[in-house]
Design a protein around this ligand. Sequence first.
Ligand code: AHR
Length: 649
Amino acid sequence: MRSHFRVMQGLFRKHHLQYIAVALALGLCGISHAQPDRAASISIQLDSPSHKVSPMLYGLMTEEINYSYDGGLYAEMVRNRTFSGRSHSQPAHWFLVERGNSSGRMALDDATGPSDALRNSLLIEATKADADNPVGVYNEGYWGMALRPNTTYRASFYAKTDKDDMGGVSLALVSNDSGKVVASTKSESLSSAWKRYEVTLKTGQLEANANNHLVLTVSHPGQVWLSLVSLFPPTYKNRENGNRPDLMEKMAAMKPNFLRLPGGNYLEGDEIQDRFDWKTTIGPLVDRPTHPSPWRYQSTDGMGLLEFLEWTEDLNMEPVLAVYAGYSLKGAHINAGPFLQPFVQDALDEIEFVSGGTDTLWGAKRAQLGHPKPFPLHYVEIGNEDWFDRSGSYEARFDQFNKAIKAKYPQLQTIATMPLKNTKPDMQDDHYYLRAVESYKMASKYDSVDRNGPKIFVGEWATREGSPTPNLNSALGDAALMTGFERNSDLILMASYAPLFVNVEPGGMQWESDLIGYDAMLSYGSPSYYAQVLFAKYLGDTVPKSTATELPNRFFYSATVSQAQGKVYLKLVNGNSEPRTVSVHLDGAKSLKAEAIVETLGGNNPAETNTIREPQRIVPVKTSLKGVKETFEHTVPAYSIQVIELSTQ
Ligand code: AHR
């Protein structure tokens, strides 16, 4: 992965240089170049459809990067809950507690664990302890633990002891600042065999904050082993092992149609054994061995395949399932042929787990895990970014997967991750990571692409300016790109921004410019996030024919209509430092309301942004536009994205 990361960084640097060169050539480096609007006009033929808007156009893509799940969406509050991963002498994020005159030690024990999958544990050896002087450990959480008033938290852990009279484990949620216990409880007595214990902790009146930790102590001398120590707040739709409500709500506002899962590089892993091996991510947590994410930390796999699917269900999306296709990031690959066959079978099993009836082997397994209803599935992506595979093995690997998938599931659309020479896949996944000036150029790329090739899935795209989350300039670049996606949505059937999430705490980010930022307590949307919210909120079902003349530089538009709702959605993007005026002509409108709704996302400075402390600096502002008629002039403010909702009924 590191070499891959370097390649990506290299590309990024290259793009940056290109940016400067292009910017100089265009005279855009901060030099104002006021430009007369001349006869800038957009004509929309409302009674003349060009094509349907792809019903799947906007969706989501995520992976375990930037603490997206662990320390992010997946609501688990205990960090390093299973003591798994690369060997270390001290258990990271865990600390010894010796109260009063007690004494003890803690150590990792790789000789005992609660299951075949979890063979490690944390040993607490209490040499001197009693009820007033307990010994134990505390966990610091993912940059703290967010506690809210009058809220119930569910804690659980696996434990065993060497003493008959050890009693139970005391659990407490404690403020880092005051040392005050804000909630506490005690488990049943431990025994000599590994067993799961579950308790609840309820907070009282307190000011919501993330400056807290979880303490587990015992009050008798002896040895206690712990594993899979877990703490959950209330989750979205109260799912057990579920997700953070604030992040789910932010995604819901994007009205996503699909979720591309499970990655990205996370699908491939650094090495073949580090791939997203879906069969090891289902079932009870104690049976999930965890695995290294290519983004340099261990994934708990609490977000396993079924949890991904439940996430799609909760947000009314469809999974776009990416299957591991025999290439991992550090270059190891399996050539097409008999050695690839087990991986092909894994993919077929995975498709069956997602979409098979309960009369199938893997559909029955899904039912046994609590979800008898098959998930809708129409798209399967074979691999990820296989243009990185310099061996040239992808075309044959794709072919082997594709034939097997089509033979068993002819209704599925398959997606190739790069252009192929000999096969025409149903779809091709194109990825773009750009500077704003490059996004402006890219916005028209698909206007002239051959319609006889595969359909396009823009499975990863982003304008990358701003860190940890993109700034207004990125949002402008993104909006320009999205006008191109909409205009060409006969060809571009789906598009998903990446990466979606970043934990903004120090050390949380491996990849800059991520759509939504958060810490343990709060989350916020970047300007780019709000651009996507706007584009998805105002999207018709048809693209009408339209023409534009003399549009200024850095000015973009798209128009969609909803006949059923009698609406025209006109999106305008002005990436200039001055306002720009266009003349809008609406041909074929049966009737037109004189007043329209306008939502504007903009600012004074393209470097402006939102942050965890200032989350609402750049947000859409709703106003109304009067005097709409078949031809009207409209001025788009500097550095702004506008959506005009016109009513034709
Ligand atoms: O989005 C970050 C990474 O960029 C993805 O994991 C990978 O597919 C791409 O190179």
